[in-house]
Design a protein around this ligand. Structure first.
Ligand SMILES: Cc1ncc(CN)c(N)n1
Length: 227
């Protein structure tokens, strides 16, 4: 099945994400506060758009079951992940609202969301957009599982609940997304399946870039000229 192949194929990239500065900083608990704030500013914008992508896909499917899933995901995103974000804001002793009020589309986040929108707007079958979106829950679940398997977090560890949230709350989302991709792949040509695969691999790389963007506090070069 396509999803099983992709899970295996992306495991080295997910190991790399796990070893990179952002996740390791969360695990050690000594990540730079400014990197966490940078991540939250980008991620609040990213999740708002991710929710709107579901709305866009709703208009493209005939399946009521898929519409129900998409609606549930929208509600979850508009509200649900705030729990994970609150953990990060609390760890750096700042209010979430205060951190995100000057959110910006930093380059890597900007590139990532446009990859998803491109697939949602230019292709009729929602499986293409879903293949670009599925690494979003999958990478976080896998990274969180790795962290919880490999480390014992003290109960008062500032980021423990962030890992627990993503290790546990993504299962239904991932199953449905992989189901949509696998069903589509079963009747697609080899070339079309190749696009699903490429979308998925690129998004996994985008996930890595997104964390590194926060760790390095990436900005547009032109933005410095206004400082
Ligand atoms: C960039 C990104 N990717 C994934 C997730 C987890 N839904 C997230 N919050 N942000």
């Amino acid at each position: 099945m396509l999803s099983e192949i992709l899970k295996k194929e992306t495991e080295p990239m997910i190991e790399a994400i796990y070893s990179d500065a952002f996740i390791q900083g969360l695990i050690r608990g000594d990540i730079d506060d400014a990197a966490v704030a940078h991540y939250l500013r980008a991620d609040s914008l990213y999740l708002d758009e991710f929710a709107k992508l579901y709305a866009l896909l709703m208009s493209k499917t005939e399946s009521k079951e898929t519409v129900r899933f998409l609606m549930g995901q929208m509600a979850f995103l508009l509200d649900g992940e705030s729990e994970a974000h609150e953990v990060l804001a609390h760890a750096i002793n700042r209010s979430y609202e205060d951190i995100i009020k000057d959110g910006e589309w930093y380059p890597s986040a900007d590139h990532y969301i446009k990859h998803m929108y491109f697939n949602a707007y230019t292709r009729e079958d929602i499986a293409y957009a879903i293949s670009a979106m599925a690494p979003c829950p999958y990478v976080y679940r896998r990274v969180a599982q790795m962290a919880l398997e490999r480390h014992t977090f003290d109960t008062d560890h500032p980021y423990r609940r962030w890992f627990e949230f993503y290790a546990n709350d993504m299962n239904d989302t991932i199953d449905v997304m992989f189901g949509i991709m696998d069903d589509a792949a079963a009747h697609m040509t080899e070339k079309e399946v190749g696009i699903l695969r490429k979308n998925y691999l690129e998004s996994t790389e985008h996930e890595r870039r997104f964390f590194n963007m926060a760790a390095t506090k990436e900005r547009w070069k032109g933005a410095d000229m206004n400082d």
